[in-house]
Design a protein around this ligand. Structure first.
Ligand code: GLN
Length: 487
């Protein structure tokens, strides 16, 4: 059910907020044992919030834009009084004393928290397999991963366990799981959405964004969470456009760039390539102009990211020392032993690997060769995009080189896992907004994702093009209903 459809039902009394919440909780109960999309379900609070909305409606009060919409929140966004674990043993019992700005805005808009979703530990990963609380499965095929790191948020939307959700995207963690789970996911421009209350991974790359079943719902959520926040020093002080208002504008004459380097990839699945190029042709049939674009440094993004992101992570994660909050190793004899054991026992192996890489890249004698060099390449990547956006309005690529892979496929192959982010990372390095939306299925029936990127703060354009595609493409009409996934 789309948000607009739900609000209509609520308004005329066809379905109450309480009934909807009860339906969602029943759905979670019946499928989440298999999916493990949720780390925690907040049933009692959800019912109370729903009753409040129903009361307000009966009293004739005007309803806010997300009234009664059941929402799932990635468990690296702080929720006051509600455990926020980052799917790590380190924060297993951490109860934040404050609320993140994005969630605060959702509750103010009438949204209802239904639960906190699973992720790769501290958002480091592309499969939601490194969670300390067990892996999440893909609702389209339980033997496949849902993508990551926001795999729980994507799977929950795909399986009808919530109406929409929030994730975070540092190198693709919203778009890649959206692609693997056949839903829409948007990473906003760096600074468009407040990061206050998001547990930091790599501060120059992290952004919070929505997942939804369709583009119009994505636009609704973005409208609510976007905008200046004095509590985040990187937040931009610019007005938020009405993203829903321009969804139906024609894309006639719009220039769409096809990045050559993305389609010449070794490892790009042929079915993914065909499906994404057909989507481009469909957009052309709607009046858009396709332009060949070259971004020579695009493929250097991954190497650049895997120096910058771990470097920032090694600094951000220094705070987990067993002193102030979180897990502390028991029975240690000295301060240094306590810190060492706390970090060895509290962090999983992927997080430890990132901290070691980052510490190495930042250490004296290596910082020039690695960290500084990576920053220079980052500038070159951004220049490629500047150049591209002088010629086109939007760039089009696949979201991920493959469809959802089998669980465990990259268990002993971290580099293979890192390659899953090849096509999503450049937008983070350049701070650009990007969206992933479904554009077809492979021969096994798994969804394929199309990525669109726009210039900074041009989310409205992304949503418009995505909506035009979604509402006219034949393949989208044959899309199975979420209720049919995971019977
Ligand atoms: N998969 C990437 C990583 O492991 C991106 C994660 C993210 O965007 N949070 O770092």
């Amino acid at each position: 059910m789309a948000i607009a459809e739900w609000l209509q039902k609520l308004k005329v009394g066809e379905l109450s907020a309480r009934e909807l919440v009860d339906q969602q909780l029943a759905r979670i109960k019946s499928v989440d044992n298999e999916l493990n999309a949720y780390v925690q379900v907040t049933a009692e609070r959800a019912r109370k919030d729903a009753d409040r909305i129903d009361k307000a409606r009966l009293a004739g009060e005007s309803l806010p834009p997300l009234a009664g919409v059941p929402l799932a929140i990635k468990d690296n966004l702080c929720t006051k009084g509600i455990r926020t674990t980052c799917s790590s043993k380190m924060l297993e019992n951490f109860v934040p004393p404050y609320e993140s700005t994005v969630t605060q805005r959702l509750w103010q808009a009438g949204g209802i928290l239904i639960g906190k979703t699973n992720l790769d530990e501290f958002a480091m990963g592309s499969s939601t397999e490194t969670s300390a609380f067990g892996a999440t499965s893909n609702p389209w095929d339980l033997s496949k991963v849902p993508g990551g790191s926001s795999g729980g948020s994507a799977a929950a939307v795909a399986a009808g366990e919530c109406m929409a959700s929030l994730g975070s995207d540092t190198g693709g963690s919203i778009r890649q799981p959206a692609s693997f789970c056949g839903v829409v996911g948007l990473k906003p421009t760096y600074g468009r959405v407040s990061r206050y209350g998001l547990v930091a991974f790599a501060s120059s790359l992290d952004q919070v964004g929505p997942f939804a079943n369709n583009v119009a719902d994505t636009a609704e959520l973005l409208k609510v969470i976007a905008g200046f926040d004095p509590l985040d020093s990187t937040s931009l002080k610019v007005p938020v456009p009405d993203y829903s208002a321009t969804l139906n504008d024609s894309i006639k004459g719009l220039r769409i760039g096809i990045i050559k380097e993305c389609f010449d990839q070794i490892g790009l699945d042929a079915e993914v390539k065909d499906s994404v190029l057909s989507a481009a042709n469909h957009l052309q049939s709607l009046g858009a102009e396709l332009v060949d674009i070259t971004c020579p440094r695009f493929n250097d993004g991954i190497a650049t990211y895997y120096v910058i992101a771990p470097s920032e992570a090694s600094a951000n994660l220094a705070r987990y020392d067993g002193v102030k909050y979180g897990f502390r190793s028991a029975n240690t004899q000295s301060l240094s032993e306590m810190t060492a054991l706390t970090r060895s026992e509290g962090f999983g192996s992927e997080v430890q690997r990132r901290i070691l890489i980052g510490t190495y890249a930042l250490s004296a004698g290596y910082v020039d060769a690695y960290y500084k060099k990576a920053q220079q390449v980052r500038t070159l990547i951004r220049r490629d995009f500047d150049n591209a956006f002088n010629q086109v309005d939007v760039l089009l690529t696949p979201t991920s080189p493959t469809t959802a892979f089998t669980s465990g496929a990259h268990e002993n192959d971290p580099l293979g896992m890192y390659l899953a982010d090849l096509l999503t990372i450049p937008a983070n390095l350049a701070g650009l907004p990007a969206i992933s939306l479904p554009c077809g299925f492979d021969q096994n029936g798994l969804p394929i994702g199309l990525q669109l990127m726009a210039n900074v703060l041009d989310e409205a354009r992304l949503l418009q093009v995505a909506h035009q595609y979604e509402s006219t493409a034949e393949v989208m009409k044959a899309r199975p209903n979420t209720a049919e996934l995971v019977p």
